[in-house]
Design a protein around this ligand. Structure first.
Ligand code: ADP
Ligand code: MG
Length: 509
């Protein structure tokens, strides 16, 4: 085995629920990074205990029932999001820690009397993986390929890069999680196949259709919902047991953080049990007291059928999104050679059954649902290193349209969804009034016809426009989306060739 050099690029799957690191060498051998206790994934949880110690991963998860307000989990759902987003309200209702608006049109979280940006929390988890990898490999790891949901916007991708920078980890490339899973599946097999990756994790759902021709991986279409995942299955169970308890005892437990954390914990464990068995009790002793001081237990009989009924709308939603992506790719079920399951929630039997029925064949067992993404990231990281003899070609797409706001508020699409990346487009612009010195435009990402219903990526201002009468100055605006799905813009004067100065503002307040 050749020695790994210090310019090694590791792969990191920064998941909503679990994260994983791996490193590759040779012509595609991969080692997963083990944590204390031998596991290959760590919970994406950050906490601060009463003594002020920061805990990450298993240590943080171990104490979360006792310290629910200062245990931050699933924060990836909030990365790169505006505080106004309804997503943030929904999230506040289901977590025991506090969220508030930050001053960069983003969300911050409270922990032990301190306020953190979501990037800071992500950076702690990245640093933990980097440090464990460094110990394991015997040198300090400085570079990584980090995966993100395919359905992440430009802003969310930039936030992940920033998270790396905060702890001195160079994120050399962002790649999409389903694409990474396809790499883990396809490298070294000399395939000529069209695969569909169905990735249902803890927080997000992604689906990608990818053509694999030996070492070329070409994404044909992608789609998803960054608010559909295992947590929503847990929440459906939690709502059910809370209602049941209220009906039986007239007590609402939803405002008791410790009780809620115990319920949340058991909901997830019961859900997981019900993937292997058809029945499981849902019992929590002494969950609360009556006003008379009598202790009360929670006791519900749960079975697989009930879980399936409570979560059917979620599975339906994922299949509907999948159908839309197939339409975008212009294919039908029989055109798919393999269906790959990624993400812990795909272990739920009904999901496998419904996909089997839909495609007329069972999903592939070719990848490990928890490890494929980290493995693919490591393979890609290795392929980017000079000393590597693994050559790969990844051709990915943007998940939703990118465009500018027109007068009146409609969205003018510059790149349609599923446009190949990297990509560049130009549009013509001119000065609207005499002697205008600046040109500003708002850039949005999303597939809704009105800009305001899409995600604002930023307000770009081009300054130094040549003085002239209205309509006289001819400008060309260049939009470039790089291989990571990240947008940059520039503008030049078509007559003088001079570049304008570009500034970007994310905040709109
Ligand atoms: P992420 O990529 O978002 O970090 P994972 O792929 O690790 O997430 O999936 C985590 C989700 O999978 C959690 O919601 C967890 O409850 C769920 N999960 C894990 N194992 C099972 C199982 N056997 N049956 C059903 N759900 C499971
Ligand atoms: Mg995942």
């Amino acid at each position: 085995m050749e020695r790994l050099s210090p310019d090694t690029i590791i792969g990191i799957d920064l998941g909503t629920t679990n994260s994983c690191g791996a490193v590759a060498h040779g012509d595609g051998q991969v080692k997963l990074i083990p944590y204390k206790g031998g596991e290959y994934t760590i919970p994406s949880i950050f906490a601060i205990d009463d003594k002020g110690n920061e805990l990450i991963g298993h240590e943080a998860k171990r104490q979360w029932q006792l310290n629910p307000r200062n245990t931050l989990y699933a924060t990836k759902r909030l990365i790169g999001r505006a505080p106004r987003d309804e997503v943030v309200d929904t999230m506040q209702q289901s977590v025991q820690y506090r969220l508030h608006a930050g001053d960069r049109n983003d969300v911050e979280v409270d922990c032990h009397g301190r306020s953190f940006s979501i990037q800071e929390i992500a950076s702690r988890i990245l640093a933990k993986i980097r440090d464990v990898a460094s110990d394991h490999l015997g040198f300090k790891v400085q570079r990584a390929v980090v995966t993100v949901p395919a359905y992440f916007t430009d802003r969310q991708r930039q936030a992940v890069k920033e998270a790396g920078a905060l702890v001195g980890l160079e994120v050399v490339r962002i790649i999409n999680e389903p694409t990474a899973a396809a790499l883990a599946y396809g490298i070294g097999k000399r395939l000529d196949e069209r695969v569909l990756v169905y990735d249902l994790g803890g927080g997000t759902f992604d689906v990608s259709i990818i053509e694999i021709r030996d070492r070329v991986f070409e994404v044909k279409a992608t789609g998803g919902d960054i608010f559909l995942g295992g947590i929503d299955f847990d929440d459906a169970m939690i709502r059910f047991v809370l209602d049941d308890f209220r009906n039986k005892h007239g007590i609402d437990l939803s405002s008791d953080p410790v009780a809620m954390q115990r319920i949340k914990d058991l909901a997830e464990r019961t859900k997981i049990d019900l993937s292997a068995r058809t029945e499981a009790p849902f019992s929590i002793p002494f969950i609360t007291m009556t006003p008379q001081g009598q202790p009360l237990n929670m006791d519900v009989r749960f079975d697989r059928k009930l879980l399936e009924a409570l979560t059917q709308h979620l599975v339906d939603r994922s299949l509907k999104i999948m159908g839309g992506v197939m339409v975008d790719a212009g294919i039908t079920a029989k055109d798919i050679d393999e269906v790959m399951l990624v993400g812990g929630q795909t272990r739920m039997p009904i999901i496998q059954e419904r996909l089997t029925r839909f495609f007329g064949k069972p999903p592939s067992k070719g990848v490990h649902p928890d490890e494929a993404v980290g493995i693919g990231a490591a393979l890609y990281g290795w392929s980017l290193q000079e000393s590597s003899d693994l050559k790969l070609q990844l051709l990915d797409v943007i998940p939703m349209s990118i465009g500018i706001e027109q007068a009146g508020g409609a969205m003018h699409v510059v790149f349609p969804r599923n446009a190949a990346i990297p990509n560049a487009r130009t549009i013509a612009a001119t000065n609207a009034v005499d002697r205008q010195s600046e040109l500003a435009m708002r850039i949005y990402q999303g597939d809704q016809p009105w800009s305001a219903d899409n995600e604002l990526l930023g307000e770009f201002t081009f300054s130094g426009v040549r003085p002239g009468r209205a309509g006289e100055v001819r400008l060309e605006i260049l939009f470039e989306v790089n291989v990571e799905g990240i947008l940059t813009m520039s503008a030049r004067d078509l007559d003088t060739g001079r570049q304008m100065k570009t500034t970007v503002r994310i905040s709109t307040r």
